[in-house]
Write a protein that binds this ligand. Structure first.
Ligand code: NAP
Length: 291
């Protein structure tokens, strides 16, 4: 990814970041639990990302737990001034690797302090409140109590900006009445298009949309259309999936996850991939076929 990144930038909070960033969840062990298989390889991925120009890393202290943040600190601290680190709170991990909602004032406050300590920061650039009314996808329920806690921590100077994750349009509207929301992180990719309308609404208000599972997450994207387009463009299916997201809306910021330097390089090269209009029209149909 060159410094003249053709995919451009978008403002996240008060910082312009490149549209292709990196998601660090894959760096902890299997089931996003425990240490990575290869500690040095995990550090190498993080260093390669930043050396390649990545200025936006997505993480959470519940990856590991604490493992991913500790790796980020070991690999990259002291951080370069243009690096924006985004974390998320709202869950804790059970010993059985489960994801347990953690929204009390005490839990949220200690999660912010854990993130600060493990990342080695005095203030966190962006914190997403990860809603857990359903662990599988957005589900309605008021976010007033937990978001008020994050707004209090923001006033105390521990958080610069607040975002929402796994949120419905109703919850985003409620949240915007409580705090300034700078980004929304929901599941979205070529085959999972529930947020098609929401993305446009957020773009109109200058709010970044950061799709998680951009490559399909734990079930990698598979589509004959995707493979055919990739072959025609001499690219890989994952590069085409990322290029389609970059083309989809200017407020989309990407955080593809990988534990491999090879995949990282491949993914970052998607910033240079220009999709012809005919290919975009074909790819647009994938979600309506498989959704
Ligand atoms: N807010 C939330 O609830 C939430 C939920 C999930 C994730 N996230 C965030 O979103 C980020 C991205 O999500 P994700 O990492 O789960 O899913 P993803 O980016 O959709 O896909 C990651 C998977 O794709 C593989 N992969 C990556 N690049 C590849 C390539 N070029 N070719 C083939 N396979 C490739 C990875 O395996 P290898 O390691 O082998 O490359 C990994 O298994 C996470 O890192 C995390 O920061 C947020």
């Amino acid at each position: 990814m060159s410094s003249l990144d053709p995919s451009g930038t978008f403002t996240l909070g008060d910082r312009k970041v490149k549209r292709l960033g990196y998601g660090a969840m894959q760096l902890s062990g299997p089931g996003v639990f425990g240490p990575p298989k290869d500690h040095d390889a995990a550090l190498a991925v993080l260093r390669e990302a930043v050396e390649s120009g990545v200025d936006h890393i997505d993480t959470s202290d519940f990856y590991g737990p604490h493992v991913t943040n500790t790796l980020i600190r070991e690999a990259l601290h002291p951080y370069s001034e243009d690096l924006v680190i985004v974390t998320k709170v709202g869950a804790r991990r059970g010993a059985d690797k489960s994801w347990i909602p953690a929204f009390s004032r005490e839990e949220l406050t200690s999660a912010i302090h854990d993130n600060l300590r493990n990342l080695g920061l005095d203030v966190i650039d962006v914190v997403n409140l990860r809603l857990m009314f359903s662990v599988h996808g957005p589900a309605e329920g008021s976010l007033e109590a937990p978001l008020t806690v994050l707004a209090d921590l923001q006033r105390q100077g521990l958080i610069r900006h607040i975002g929402l994750s796994n949120a419905t349009a109703t919850q985003i509207a409620e949240g915007r009445g409580i705090a300034k929301i700078v980004c929304v992180q929901n599941q979205y990719n070529l085959a999972h298009r529930d947020d098609d309308a929401l993305i446009g609404d957020l773009a109109r208000d200058g709010i970044a949309y950061v799709p998680f599972f951009p490559l399909g997450g734990f079930s990698p994207l598979q589509s004959s259309t995707l493979s055919d387009v990739a072959t025609r463009l001499d690219a890989t299916p994952m590069q085409v999936a990322l290029a389609w997201l970059l083309r989809r809306s200017p407020n989309i910021l990407l955080i593809p996850g990988t534990s491999s330097v090879g995949h990282l390089r491949e993914n970052l090269a998607a910033a240079e991939l220009v999709l012809p209009d005919a290919a975009v029209r074909e790819l647009d149909q994938v979600g309506s076929i498989t959704a």
